[in-house]
Each structure stands twice: as C-alpha cells, then as structure tokens.
Design a protein around this ligand. Structure first.
Ligand SMILES: Cc1ncc(COP(=O)(O)O)c(C=O)c1O
Length: 481
C-alpha cells in the first residue's frame, strides 16, 4: 500500500507479477508517414528518447498542406517527446488536462533565450536586458491579443493559475468582501478555485455558497442563477471542468452575475488551451489560466483583470519591480501589471509562452476546437465499449458539448491500478486520483477516478490503442476474480 502525496490516493496494487506480453497483441499504433520514428526498446532504461538528430527534421510551423489525415497527425511531429517508447511500448500521452506537451518552437524559444540574451528584465540598460525586456513584454502583448484583452496592462504574469486566483483572493477579496457577503462557487471547481476562497471567507466573514450538479452531472446553472442575490459579491467558476468535461455557458453566467452587481472570476485552465476564449465578448472581470496546459513552459501563468479592477487593487506580494518609490516608512506602488509582479519573473518561461501562443495561433484555435470536438465524441463513444465502465459528466449530444477528456471508473478495479497497468504494459499515460476535485468526487460517491485527456496532437489511433489497452487491463484484473 502506498499514498501518493500529490493526489492523496491510496495506491493498492495487487501482489502479483505483471508479465509483459499484452502489448504485443496490439496492432501497430502509428503510421510511419508523419515523421514517427520507431525506436527499439533499450535494454536498461524504460524510456528511449528521440535523438537530437532525429528531432532536427521536425517541422515547427504548422502547414495546412501537411495535413493529410487529421490535425493530430499533422502536428505530432512538432512534439519531440511523443516519439519515444515507455516501458517497451510506444508512448500514448493522454494526460493533457494535467499538463500539455511542448512543441519544438517553444523548446527553441527557451533555449534561444538562455543561449542568446538571458538577462534580467526592466532593470538593465544594456542590450541583453533590453532584448529580454522587449521579448517579455511582447509575450504579454501576444497573450492580450490571444484572449482579446483591451490592453496588455490587463495581463499579469503569475507562476500559474493557482497563484493568479490567490492574487485575486488576497488583493481583491480581502479588501472587497465583508461579513455575510456571498461568494458563489460550484462543487466541481478545482481545489485552486476553492481553497483560496475558504481562506478569504475565514478572514473576512464572507460566506461560500456551492452550486451542485444536475442529474446529468453538469454544474447546475439554474441553481446558480437562483443563488445570485444582492449579497453575492463574487462568482468563481470554471469554463470547462477538468473532471466532468462539461462546458459552462460563461457569457450568460457573467451577465446574470453582473445584473446583481457581482464580479466573476473565470477559471479558464481547461478552455484557453482548447478553444477561442475572448475575455471582452465574455465580459469577464477576472480570468486565469496556466502556460503549461497550453503548450508553454511550466512556471508561468496569467491573470487577466479589467483595468479598472486591477488599478483599484493593492499589491499581492511586496518587493522589487512592483514599486514606484520606497521610503523607510512606506512605499508607493507601480501601475498594473508591474504592481502584481514582485521580484524577478519567469522571463524565459513567459517568452516560451509567447512562442506557444504563436504556435497555437498558427494552427488556429477554432480549428483546434473543431478537431477536439470530433476526438471528444470518438473518445466517449469508444470508451462505452469497455466492460463495466462508468464515465462521469454529461452524455455528449448536439446541444451538450463535452471537452476531449473522460474521467471514469471500472467495476472493482482501482483507478490507480488501471493507470499503473496502462503505463507499465502499454505505455499509455493517463491520470488517476481525485484530479484536485475532492468535493466533486465525494459528491459522485467515489474517492478517485481515472482520466484520459486529449489535445490536438492526439489522434483517433491514440484513442483506439488506449481503448484496446484498457480492455486488456480489464481482462487482466478480471482474471484474478
Ligand atoms: C480547472 C483547473 N483549474 C485550476 C488548475 C490549477 O492549475 P495550476 O496547477 O497550473 O495552477 C487546474 C490544473 O489542473 C485545472 O484543471
């Protein structure tokens, strides 16, 4: 028995020896047409990584003419990490809701920064510092354009989405919430969108109100609408659920909330990487996402905030970069976004995020979304053929969209056993645990689930091979019953 610290899930792997034969019965997983190189499994290491010379032939820029089969096939060659074997099987990476892979263009942008102009931003007058500052600020402009913010000063770079939510909680929440004010949240929020508000509620006396699910396992927007009152000061809501795959009508929710004078913070971690998100047409007050889920580096995320809100907020952290003048007894603060970026930021990472945005924009977010809708339906339908499966979230239809991910359980098999077997026997990377959504799992009556989540570089072959591997997993564990 083992406990994984991150997920807090009890890992219970049965005491038997896994005999590595199952993957041999699977058909070839990938056509060699699109730049995939097959690597023989190395004798000692369980990972065999593509060599530098192999990756040099990788096409960086998306070219629609190179799209003979699907967006997945056309873009896979841009992601060196996908071209390797894991535990003797070709890697099938289906953990994109946790973090996405990075295209060569992003890796090169990071390498170029560190090789050619690594320097601190906003401080130096020398050429390297000027170049670093320009590129860092250019990344902010790219992000502003990507989500259609009015101005790049509405984009604050943070470490990740979690920090962006905490920034709003501390800088806006502590000064704008009073005893008995209400914060409306759903039970399907990621812990990052629940815990900061619990802390703020404890400090201010504000009250957290939770929206439940409908019988279709979608956050109940009718209940949310009913819950809104003059007491509501803030609605904190995800755009796409990282567990249920449900997509919420954010523009309507924002309109209802504004009608009663409440502000809305949108957790767009699972939407910004997969579809067009336009903060102005949504009329969002605050919106957050993380670079690492949108093909960019780890260590950087962002807060979008309407300029009038950011300008009225006090700093979150104090230190260098965020000040105007410092005296011994007090300091004055810079205008946003600098006011909220204390200390040396993640410079190379923000520049890498800029490269990721160029890459995604080169493909087109609408194109990515359309392809992922197709993959999403294919994943859902294919999984239904697995014996004993229970998929969480809504049944997809013309009117009910689902994101390209499925959280599920299978009768009498622990999700961590499923994920372990898939990894060890088939090189399939999925996630198991509570996906930082414990209240939601509790509501659904389970401690944990398995989750397969796709991105535009996945293919229907990935889904086919995952489902075959999952069926093999079920028959393996069933043989012990
Ligand atoms: C819906 C949602 N919100 C927030 C987060 C937190 O993102 P990060 O850990 O990058 O801060 C995640 C990450 O899984 C998420 O899926």
């Amino acid at each position: 028995m083992m406990t994984t610290a991150a997920e807090g899930v009890v890992f219970k792997f049965p005491s038997f020896k896994i005999i590595k034969t199952a993957n041999r019965s699977l058909p070839n997983r990938q056509s060699i047409r699109f730049g995939f190189r097959r690597f023989s499994s190395s004798s000692s290491s369980s990972l065999s990584v593509v060599s530098a010379s192999a990756s040099s032939s990788i096409v960086n820029d998306y070219d629609p003419k190179l799209e003979p089969v699907s967006l997945g096939h056309a873009t896979r060659p841009h992601f060196p990490i996908l071209h390797q074997e894991v535990n003797g099987s070709k890697l099938i990476y289906l953990d994109n809701a946790a973090t996405s892979q990075k295209p060569t263009a992003v890796l090169k942008a990071l390498q170029n920064y560190y090789e050619a102009y690594n320097s601190n931003v906003h401080r130096g007058i020398h050429s390297l510092s000027a170049k670093a500052t320009n590129e860092y600020e250019l990344a902010r402009k790219k992000l502003a354009t990507f989500i259609n913010a009015s101005d790049s000063s509405e984009i604050v770079f943070t470490r990740n989405a979690t920090e962006a939510i905490n920034l709003v909680a501390y800088s806006w929440g502590l000064s704008n919430l009073n005893p008995d004010d209400e914060i409306v949240v759903t039970i399907a929020e990621h812990h990052s969108a629940i815990v900061p508000w619990q802390i703020v509620a404890q400090k201010t006396g504000a009250i957290l109100k939770f929206v439940n699910l409908t019988p279709d396992e979608v956050p109940d927007t009718a209940q949310l609408k009913e819950m809104l009152s003059r007491k509501t000061k803030l609605v904190v809501i995800h755009h796409i659920s990282n567990m249920l795959a449900s997509v919420l009508p954010i523009a309507e929710i924002i309109e209802w909330s504004h009608n009663i004078g409440a502000k809305v913070l949108v957790d767009a971690c699972q939407s910004v990487p997969h579809m067009v998100v336009d903060v102005r047409s949504l009329n969002a007050d605050f919106l957050v996402a993380s670079s690492h889920k949108m093909c960019g580096p780890t260590g950087v995320g962002f807060l979008y905030g309407k300029s009038e809100l950011l300008s009225a907020m006090s700093p979150f952290l104090g230190g260098g970069e965020m000040i105007s003048d410092v005296y011994l007894d007090h300091s004055t603060y810079a205008e946003p976004p600098s006011r909220f970026e204390a200390g040396t930021p993640a410079i190379g990472e923000a520049i890498g995020l800029g490269a990721a945005i160029d890459y995604l924009s080169g493909i087109g977010m609408q194109k990515i979304h359309d392809y992922e809708v197709e993959l999403s339906n294919y994943l859902y339908e294919s999984l239904l053929s697995v014996p004993g499966i229970r998929i969480y979230g809504p049944v997809p239809s013309q009117t009910v969209p689902r994101a390209a991910l499925c959280s599920f359980n299978i009768d009498d098999i622990h999700p961590t056993d499923i994920a372990t077997f898939l990894d060890q026997q088939h090189g399939v990377a999925i996630r198991s645990g509570h996906h930082c959504a414990q209240p939601l799992h509790r509501y659904l009556g389970v401690n944990a689930s398995a989750r397969a989540s796709l991105h535009f570089y996945n293919t229907k072959e990935d889904v086919d091979n995952f489902v075959l591997a999952l069926k093999d997993t079920v028959s393996f564990f069933s043989s012990f019953k």
